[in-house]
Design a protein around this ligand. Structure first.
Ligand SMILES: [Zn+2]
Ligand SMILES: [Zn+2]
Length: 171
């Protein structure tokens, strides 16, 4: 959880900025990687705009060799958070009508950016992860990881070429 008390910032004039250092573990589903960086909190007319660049890494399984590896990701966060309580009157306020999934600041004026980080991190996961661009993958015959070992399986050959090879050997 990355919880920031923003009651002071909500009382501040529009345009007020506060920087917040992030250096914490954030749960993003299957794991809890360390997230580092800095976010800027800007008081807007509707709430607080959080922007910043965060670095983390996500554990992935290579789609070719099935090896596990860490994938570094940079998260460019830009999200507006909306208050649920009017900071001056203490009365309840609704989130924006046009953004039903908007991030909310809770009734204790705590802004929690963990959920935003989780969503950004999941979006940063590649569809077909590769441990390295030239990953050699698994041998289709014996299943050995060809990044680590060479096997003696003959390379898969087109059957038409197989005939030609017979000719060469018989010669
Ligand atoms: Zn691989
Ligand atoms: Zn093999």
């Amino acid at each position: 959880m990355i919880e920031i008390n923003v009651s002071q910032l909500l009382k501040s004039p529009l345009g007020t900025i506060r920087n917040y250092e992030v250096d914490e573990k954030v749960n993003i589903g299957e794991e809890t990687p360390h997230v580092r960086g800095e976010v800027t909190l800007l008081r807007t007319n509707r709430g607080i705009l959080v922007t910043g660049r965060l670095e983390t890494d996500i554990g992935l399984t290579c789609s070719r060799c099935l090896g596990k590896f860490r994938h570094p990701v940079t998260l460019e966060i830009e999200e507006e958070f909306f208050p649920t309580i009017d900071i001056i009157t203490g009365s309840k306020v609704d989130g924006p009508d046009d953004e039903p999934d908007a991030f909310m600041i809770d009734q204790n004026n705590i802004l929690d950016i963990s959920e935003a980080i989780r969503q950004y991190a999941l979006l940063a996961v590649p569809m077909k992860p590769l441990c390295k661009d030239d990953c050699a993958g698994l041998c289709p015959t014996c299943g050995v990881n060809r990044n680590l070992k060479t096997c003696n399986c003959p390379p898969a050959v087109d059957p038409r070429l197989e005939k030609l090879r017979g000719l060469v050997i018989d010669k």
